[in-house]
Ligand binder design. Structure first.
Ligand code: ADP
Length: 363
């Protein structure tokens, strides 16, 4: 309820009470006069009293209207208008962190003045904290970027050296060790690549080459790439194509392939053996939807809000797969939204596993 409505209600109530009081008093007077005066005089006096009460009532209403008008005008100027300005300023601050709208507030009363000062102090503190946060974030990003760049060259060297070793005549045991080291070096190169992606996302340097892209072909290719891993981990991996023709989407093929890799790999990793991962593509409302549905460990209610946060890993995921950095979904969602689409997830209707849905606008 607004301040104005509340005051109107109070004034109407006061008027009602005043009139009620007037009416009860007149009734009381009439009854007593009728008892003491002769009948002819009593009737006349009663009529006069009623007329007087009616007159008083009209006067009360008139006075009420005038008082209300004056009251509202004063209230509007000294309280409601400054309060509205303050609300506008607070909303502007919440939207873009600026306090430019503040000076237009008239400090008509000491309370409004204190409120404005309190808000200005609060806004200053928030701005300072935000500045500090941005600076820390920038230093962190710079550090990640520098560290990743520094690591990339020696790592690539190590990987090449190990790959070269694979072609040497080695004993079975040595070969197994080298193979393991090659796999680990691939993982490390991928992690460094992810860190570089994060730093370019944060510095606004993550670039795209948008082209008309055949999403079905991309999905088929990535699903095919994962068939070996799926077999090894005893997961049934399906890609069910839409019967209708799916049009081309506007996408950076390489980046979307990265997203699909991430989603399908997660689905396989977070699904126990004998489980199923089912991929579908569907057309609807100007978008193509790619769904990756698994019968895996699922995402618990308490983790849902944070799943797209950087470095976030849910407890059940860590227990199932201790390897992971919690960066994939953050990057994947950024790529999806940069395409004008989205990436989201939902629990499956039967309560087992999760479905991630990537949407991309039709070309
Ligand atoms: P990572 O898999 O390396 O931990 P991601 O960013 O790809 O990082 O995923 C973040 C978190 O989201 C995972 O740690 C896991 O908790 C959750 N998650 C992602 N995909 C799935 C899935 N298919 N089923 C269950 N949890 C998932």
């Amino acid at each position: 309820m607004s301040l104005r409505s509340l005051l109107s209600l109070l004034l109407t109530l006061s008027l009602g009470l005043a009139f009620g009081f007037l009416f009860v008093s007149s009734q009381f007077l009439e009854n007593h006069i009728l008892l003491v005066l002769p009948p002819t005089l009593a009737t006349q006096t009663a009529t006069s009293i009623r007329f007087l009460v009616f007159q008083q009532f009209l006067l009360l209403v008139l006075l009420g209207v005038v008082i209300t008008f004056v009251y509202f005008s004063i209230l509007s100027v000294i309280v409601i208008h400054p309060l509205r300005e303050l609300i506008r300023g607070i909303k502007a601050f919440a939207a873009d962190g600026t306090t430019e709208q503040m000076p237009s507030i008239n400090e008509t009363t000491s309370e409004i003045k204190s409120l404005k000062e309190a808000f200005s102090g609060f806004a200053e503190k928030v701005s300072e904290a935000h500045k500090k946060d941005t600076e820390i974030s920038r230093v962190k990003s710079d550090f990640i970027s520098t560290a990743a760049h520094q690591l990339r060259t020696p790592l690539t060297g190590i990987r090449w050296a190990l790959e070269a070793l694979e072609h040497e005549h080695l004993s079975e045991e040595q070969m197994a060790l080298v193979k393991n080291a090659v796999d680990k070096s691939h993982d490390l190169v991928a992690i460094v690549g992810t860190l570089l992606d994060i730093s370019s996302i944060e510095s606004g340097k993550f670039k795209y080459t948008f082209e008309p892209t055949n999403i079905e072909a991309l999905v088929s290719e990535v699903a095919e790439d994962f068939s070996t891993l799926a077999q090894k981990t005893q997961i049934k991996l399906y890609y069910a194509k839409e019967s209708k023709n799916i049009p081309l989407v506007r996408a950076d093929g390489e980046r979307i392939k990265w997203v699909l890799n991430n989603l399908i790999e997660n689905a396989i990793r977070y699904t126990p053996a004998q489980g199923t991962v089912r991929i579908t593509t569907e057309l609807g409302a100007g978008f193509v939807f790619v769904r990756v549905q698994d019968s895996g460990i699922g995402i618990q209610e308490k983790d849902r809000e944070n799943i797209f946060e950087r470095f976030y890993r849910a407890g059940n995921a860590i227990a199932k797969e201790n390897q992971g950095n919690g960066l994939g979904l953050y990057i994947a969602r950024t790529i999806a939204t940069d395409h004008g689409g989205d990436l989201d997830f939902a629990a499956n209707p039967d309560g087992i596993g999760t479905t991630f849905t990537l949407s991309l606008p039709v070309q």
